[in-house]
Design a protein around this ligand. Structure first.
Ligand code: MLT
Length: 410
């Protein structure tokens, strides 16, 4: 009999977003008269069409695949040079990142989970709370945790609470940890970290020989010119940081799939005998073995994000979603709710009215307003008492959500 990876059995609930979808489907079946009114502001999934520059580049790439002279089979596992170079030129200019330190993939969800392949067991792992659930669940699957306690927190992880008091930027750990997950602009709270705060994290990592896994999937939404877009803008980061980036939210690639990881060759981990080994080398080896590269048309489409037209069209998409975020913030504030985030990120983080739990809020918004939000508790114990509204939607839908918020809290 084949035995299973029993770590999966520690995962008590289903993955958050399918669980929300399940509850929304159950509601629709029970209330067919209201099903058509449902507006989804739960999962952060883009709604606006792919930029024209991206579509054109993908069409052209498909045509190349239709001609023997330009047809391409397997590409380089780490990504085509044209895309890796365009990324460095457009996103990391002056930050000392080389094109071969960029690894193209089919998504940051996979990358942030797969990265655990190159780390050993026994690391102390710090996770902010609330947090993007993938960081926690993949550590559970990898056997890096014990069982979940009553609050849902897993034994063995170091949870760093993000609260209104600390501006939703976790304090540095009181103990020594080896791996730290940070996400800025933050999912789910929509808040950002200042240069000084990020410097504090890099200094901590260097002092404690830790690695920061920095998820910057939402960097394109930063409006404040003082907020860093990359951890590599921070002094010392090249020695201790890995950064995850995605085309999902800026270029609208959630259905197309393209992302990348930046691993400077100077970031090392320790082998059992104490030898320092570049993580770049391990990730490159992993990519070659377990991945055959993102598809050529997709990488061509991603590169078009950096063309002059692509930049203009992406800027328009960002402006659209951030306009939505501003409307949602205002509607919640006018309704008397306390609002965070949504100024440098497409997520608005809202305190539930006193005494209302986040899943109760989910039920109320769905039942009374037919608006799907994400309950804060789904992101961790410290998310209880909050809910997240995603600004990824059409303007008409967001305006309707704002009207319904006014009605149910009016
Ligand atoms: C979210 O809603 O948190 C994100 O869409 C999830 C993701 O990007 O995988």
């Amino acid at each position: 009999m084949a035995s299973i990876n029993a770590n999966f059995l520690k995962l008590k609930a289903g993955y958050l977003f399918p669980e929300i979808a399940r509850r929304v489907n159950a509601f629709s079946e029970a209330h067919p008269d209201k099903a058509a009114r449902i507006i989804r502001c739960g999962i952060g999934d883009v709604t606006e069409p792919l930029p024209e520059a991206v579509r054109q580049a993908m069409h052209d790439a498909v045509d190349e695949q239709g001609d023997r002279a330009t047809f391409k089979g397997y590409g380089p596992e780490q990504g085509y040079a044209f895309l890796r170079e365009a990324i460095v030129e457009n996103q990391f200019a002056g930050l000392g990142i080389a094109a071969d330190e960029v690894f193209i993939s089919d998504g940051s969800k996979c990358d942030t989970g797969n990265i655990l392949d190159i780390f050993g067991s026994g690391n102390r792992i710090a996770i902010t709370d609330p947090v993007y659930p993938v960081y926690v669940d993949t550590n559970v699957m990898a056997g890096n945790t014990g069982e979940a306690g009553e609050s849902g927190a897993f034994e063995g992880l170091v949870y760093l609470p993000c609260t209104a008091e600390n501006g939703f930027v976790a304090d540095l750990p009181a103990e020594k940890v080896d791996l730290i997950y940070l996400c800025f602009p933050n999912n789910p709270t929509g808040t950002v970290a200042t240069r000084e705060q990020l410097q504090g994290w890099v200094d901590y990592a260097k002092a404690h020989d830790a690695i920061i896994l920095f998820d910057a999937a939402y960097e394109a939404f930063i409006q404040d010119p003082l907020i860093p877009h990359s951890i590599f803008e921070i002094e010392g980061a090249r020695d201790c940081c890995i950064e995850f980036r995605s085309f999902s939210k800026n270029g609208g690639f959630t259905g197309v799939r393209c992302a990348y990881v930046v691993i400077p060759k100077t970031v090392t981990g320790s082998a059992p005998d104490g030898t320092r080994v570049p993580l770049h080398q391990l990730w490159s080896r992993r990519h070659s073995t377990k991945f055959n590269g993102a598809s050529y048309p997709v990488q061509k489409g991603a590169a078009a994000v950096f063309s002059p037209q692509g930049k203009q069209q992406v800027a328009e998409l960002i402006e659209h979603y951030m306009g939505n975020a501003a409307l949602l913030r205002e509607a919640c504030r006018t309704a008397g709710l306390t609002v965070f985030g949504g100024e440098n990120a497409p997520y608005v983080w809202v305190a539930c009215p006193a005494g209302v739990s986040s899943w109760e809020m989910f039920d109320k918004m769905l039942g009374d307003a037919q608006v799907v939000i994400t309950p804060g508790a789904g992101f961790g114990a410290a998310g209880e008492g909050y809910f997240r509204i995603s600004a990824f939607n059409s303007r008409a839908n967001v305006e309707e959500v704002c009207r319904r918020i006014a009605t149910i809290f009016g």
